[in-house]
Ligand binder design. Structure first.
Ligand SMILES: C[S@@+](CC[C@H](N)C(=O)[O-])C[C@H]1O[C@@H](n2cnc3c(N)ncnc32)[C@H](O)[C@@H]1O
Length: 247
């Protein structure tokens, strides 16, 4: 069979197959996502700066749980040196976790990485355990009922003064899912110029079939149901937002 290529050694049929599964796209090709981080297409830099401002006010050392940690590239950006007492990250992409090991080398044996489902890890986490639960661009992969379970479990495992920091794509209030897809993809075509048309197409197929972003008000309501008391927006760049929720 003739195999088509995306122009960077990756087979097009692999990219398109991967787009149909929420996690497979990250398992198959972490390099594409690293380009998105490097080019700041999802505003990782701006969002990490805002989170760093919040974390700078906290006394350490902190116990941190990172759900859907990917390559953990933002951890050295958001925590001051010496601020992390213990870090536990989980992700289903072994390829991303390989990169995470080097990004977290400075933490030595204070960092633990698990190739596991984040809801399972959350459910097994002890009550009142963590100072910070952090999750960046992973929650939108879960269906609604699992988002509630995710927030319930975050509340359960956070200590008395714990904080949930949630970074994610969020729909505008009143924006339907199809409207969001069309607008996000239109913006991507204009701005994500570091990708070939074929790469962009595969990312867009993944978005349309696997992403379920909620609006901030829906997430706030799920968080309230979970018993998280106060919430505050830390940053918003287009649909990319960071919020904190207090235990
Ligand atoms: C868009 S990446 C974000 C990575 C990183 N947190 C960041 O902000 O750059 C989403 C990550 O969530 C992971 N993921 C999605 N669903 C997951 C689940 N149920 N359990 C664990 N990891 C999951 C994917 O493998 C992927 O690495």
């Amino acid at each position: 069979m003739h195999r088509r290529h995306a122009g960077n050694g990756i087979r097009l049929d692999e990219l398109l197959e991967a787009a149909a599964d929420p996690i497979e796209v990250f398992r198959a090709d972490w390099g594409t996502y690293q380009t998105a981080i490097r080019e700041n297409y999802m505003f990782h830099r701006d969002i990490s700066t805002a989170i760093r401002k919040l974390l700078d006010q906290l006394q350490g050392p902190l116990k941190v749980l990172d759900l859907g940690c990917g390559d953990a590239s933002q951890i050295p950006e958001i925590f001051k040196p010496g601020q992390v007492a213990e870090y536990r990250g989980c992700d289903l992409s072994a390829q991303a976790l390989d990169v995470a090991h080097s990004n977290l080398a400075h933490l030595g044996n204070r960092a633990e990485l698990l190739c596991r489902d984040m809801l399972e890890v959350l459910r097994e986490s002890p009550v009142d355990c963590y100072d910070i639960v952090y999750s960046s661009y992973a929650l939108h992969h879960l269906p609604s009922e699992e988002k509630q379970a995710f927030l319930n479990e975050c509340r359960r495992t956070l200590g008395a003064d714990g904080i949930l920091i949630l970074v994610d794509i969020m729909r505008e209030e009143g924006e339907t899912l199809p409207e969001y897809f069309d607008r996000y993809i239109e913006r991507m075509d204009a701005d994500w110029t570091g990708f070939s048309d074929i790469e962009r197409r595969s990312i867009q197929d993944h978005i349309r079939s696997c992403d379920y972003p909620e609006s901030p008000s829906v997430l706030q309501s799920l968080a309230r149901n979970a018993g998280l008391k106060k919430s505050r927006k830390l940053e918003k760049r287009t649909w990319h937002q960071a919020w904190c929720f207090m235990a």
